[in-house]
Design a protein around this ligand. Structure first.
Ligand code: HEC
Length: 145
């Protein structure tokens, strides 16, 4: 019974890799959509609009870490335009700086995941990690009108 399961997982992982290679713009936008979905869940808890849930709080930071790990590979030279991308030319002009920001985002999310234990610690960590979003967008993303 194990073998078919492994095969299915291998297929699923393979398909994701193929999608990322064929359409990196779509893949990176989807990762960022995942970020903002988690940010909304986090903001609702931080504002007291949703009850605090430690597992959900940690998941916010886990998804951020996954994004940070995968996002940097989705900027091949042939993906500077098209697909309604809002990535700024600066991503390619300063790839090292861009990847450094991404690495910091991942490291901050990892530290936050370890540090969160209750609503108060979540609010502090959530606010700090969120500074990475706007910080990177300011430099590496253009506003589409
Ligand atoms: C290291 C840089 C970086 C960080 C950190 C970052 N982003 Fe982004 N984000 C980008 C870039 C680049 C794009 C443009 C992607 C594209 O259109 O190709 C983007 C696009 C987006 C989009 C638009 C997606 C779409 O459908 O067009 C959303 C929403 C978003 N980011 C949310 C977030 C949130 C929320 C965070 C923090 C939790 C975050 N981002 C952190 C670089 C970053």
């Amino acid at each position: 019974m194990i073998r078919p399961l492994v095969a299915v997982i291998a297929l699923a992982v393979g398909a994701t890799v193929v999608i990322a290679q064929q359409n990196p713009i779509e893949a990176r936008k989807n990762l960022m959509k995942g970020n903002s979905a988690q940010a909304r869940i986090g903001a609702a808890m931080a504002k007291g609009e949703a009850p605090f849930d430690l597992a959900k709080a940690k998941q916010v930071f886990q998804v951020y870490q996954e994004t940070a790990a995968k996002f940097g590979d989705l900027f091949p030279a042939n993906s500077k335009s098209g697909g309604e991308t809002s990535a700024a030319p600066k991503v390619w002009e300063d790839m090292a700086g861009f990847k450094a920001q991404l690495a910091k985002f991942g490291a901050d999310a990892k530290a936050a995941e370890a540090a969160v234990k209750d609503l108060d610690s979540f609010k502090a960590q959530f606010g700090d990690v969120a500074k990475n979003c706007g910080g990177c967008h300011r430099d590496y993303r253009v506003r589409r009108s």
